[in-house]
Ligand binder design. Structure first.
Ligand code: ZN
Length: 93
């Protein structure tokens, strides 16, 4: 587990990645990526670094899911009800 987290931290320190890209790079399921991300977000706080979430947005109307606290992708736009939602991306700074 710690090895995967170290790899995630190394990748996210270089550039932004979506959960799908991370799952492909590390050969783990997206669900596991989210579990690791929430752990990493907590552990980075003590190192003066943080995990940034670049918010999802709605491809149809441009609505941004800025105040979303969870890492997972929303399934539907609250404004236009479209299900065409761009994935959030993550980066460590
Ligand atoms: Zn929308």
């Amino acid at each position: 587990m710690s090895t995967i987290r170290q790899q995630l931290i190394a990748l996210l320190s270089q550039r932004e990645y979506s959960a799908r890209e991370l799952s492909q790079a590390l050969h783990i399921r997206e669900k596991e990526v989210y579990e690791h991300l929430s752990h990493i977000a907590r552990s980075l706080a003590s190192q003066k670094r943080k995990l940034l979430t670049l918010p999802s947005d709605c491809i149809s109307c441009g609505y941004e899911f800025e105040d979303r606290r969870r890492f997972t992708k929303p399934c539907r736009c609250p404004r236009c009800r479209s299900e065409r939602i761009r994935e959030p991306a993550y980066r460590i700074v």
